[in-house]
Design a protein around this ligand. Structure first.
Ligand code: NZQ
Ligand code: ZN
Length: 391
């Protein structure tokens, strides 16, 4: 553990089939007006909305509905949410959904009490400033697993006009959700495409942190355990999406993959997310699939710069024997094993499938931020090379 770090995560997690029974009690700690944030209506079809409304009624809350948060929430929607929160003087923002709803709720929470002439997009997603105003508390009921937003300070907002999709990981601990209700059964109604996208998102959150640094680091051993658990659980969930054991393990892996634990002492990379977010900014495609479409060309390009770690990945995560292989061969075999797993569970393997084409390569490169924490910082030509190999 060579790096310096502070670990502080104040989110209270309530996990399991009975988790919802705690919601009314959790709500009691906040004021009377709750902004209920949700997406396009899945929670009305699967009954989660009714359960949430029951808990809100039991806690005696006045509910202000804020529906229609789209996957990859936009800056325009964010401005609408801020207006709703200001008009109703809300005491708590309760996000019921996946990462999009929770990220959006955090975005509203840090913006409500800004002076009217301060633009939240500019302040938080361009200048990466911290809140200079009171942050409205956020709580969540998770229905889609992958982003880890339920226990993180991250909020990703898309600006289609600027062709930018930007994540801000806030330093202010008030931005963490105060509580998260995690019932794995709530994920049973997810379309298979979303389930698989979430699984790859989790895997990539772990590898983004794992593929950095050369020191012996406890965080890497934790990451390897999480990746092994995720691979086993994903195989079971793809065969039987109603397998509670598998879905609960995937949910728990997702939370620990991105709640800062496995980043402790690490430089961390995040370049796959930068490439994937560029694809998202241009195509509005599903987040996890934008990552799966670019990850292998990226990792194959940077592997020679971090070959020992990629070799360790092959043996520790995929169980590949080092016997008869040099480090390069072992490292390559590990990435081949990850590719076989990605194909087995149904990941999207090319950006063409997501609506990108050759004519977009320069624009995609313009939208890609270059990170410095991995084994190799990409040049612009290499960014284009990765996108071309991902077509
Ligand atoms: O809108 P509804 O109707 O609810 O449908 C949603 C949406 O279409 C559906 N869904 C969710 N739960 C369901 C369900 N359908 C049936 N049954 C259920 N139980 O799933 C679709 C996708 O939901 P969304 O919230 O968009 O997915 P996800 O959780 O993957 O969130 C994606 C957003 O999070 C950002 C992404 O970039 C993207 O904007 N990320 C946030 C991060 C963070 N906060 O740190 C990190 C991640 O890397 C990621 O970038
Ligand atoms: Zn992600």
């Amino acid at each position: 553990m060579l790096g310096n770090f502070t670990y502080h995560n104040p989110t209270k997690l309530i996990f399991g089939k009975d988790a919802m029974t705690s919601l009314a009690g959790e709500l009691a700690a906040y004021g009377p007006v709750v902004q209920l944030v949700y997406g396009g209506g899945s929670i009305k079809r699967n009954g989660i909305y009714d359960q949430v409304m029951e808990a809100l009624a039991a806690a005696g809350k006045t509910v202000v509905e804020d529906a229609g948060v789209m996957p990859n929430p936009t800056v325009e929607k964010l401005r609408e949410g801020v207006a709703i929160a200001r008009e109703n003087h809300v005491d708590l923002i309760l996000a019921v959904g996946g990462g999009s709803c929770i990220d959006y709720a955090k975005g509203v929470a840090v913006s409500v009490n800004l002076p009217e002439d301060v633009d939240p997009w500019q302040k938080y997603w361009v200048d990466f400033d911290e809140p200079t105003c009171e942050v409205v508390p956020v709580g969540s009921v998770l229905t889609m697993v992958g982003t880890g937003s339920e226990m993180s300070c991250g909020s990703v907002i898309t600006n289609h006009e600027a062709k930018m999709k930007v994540g801000h990981v806030f330093a202010n601990p008030d931005v963490f959700p105060r509580f998260a209700v995690l019932n794995p059964e709530f994920t049973y109604t997810l379309p298979r495409y979303q389930m698989v996208a979430g699984i790859f998102d989790i895997m990539n959150h772990i590898t983004e942190q794992y593929f950095s640094g050369t020191d012996d680091n406890t965080s890497d051993y934790l990451s390897e355990g999480l990746m092994r658990s995720l691979v086993a659980a994903s195989r079971a969930a793809v065969k039987d999406p109603q397998n509670y054991e598998a879905r609960s393990n995937i949910m728990w892996c997702a939370t620990w993959a991105l709640n800062t634990l496995v980043a402790c002492g690490k430089a961390t990379d995040w370049e796959v997310h930068m490439l994937g977010q560029a694809v998202g900014a241009h195509t509005d495609a599903t987040h996890g699939m934008t990552l799966s479409a670019v990850a292998l060309p990226y990792y194959r390009l940077v592997m020679p710069y971090g070959v020992d770690k990629f070799a360790r990945f092959a043996t520790s995560v995929w169980g590949i024997s080092p016997e008869g292989r040099n480090a390069e061969e072992l490292a390559a075999a590990g990435l081949d094993a990850m590719e076989a797993w990605m194909r087995e569970i149904g990941c999207v393997m090319s950006i063409s499938e997501l609506g990108a084409d050759e004519s977009m390569l320069e624009g995609l490169a313009d939208s890609t931020l270059i990170m410095q924490g991995g084994y190799h910082a990409l040049t612009r030509d290499e960014v284009i090379e990765v996108f071309r190999a991902s077509l």
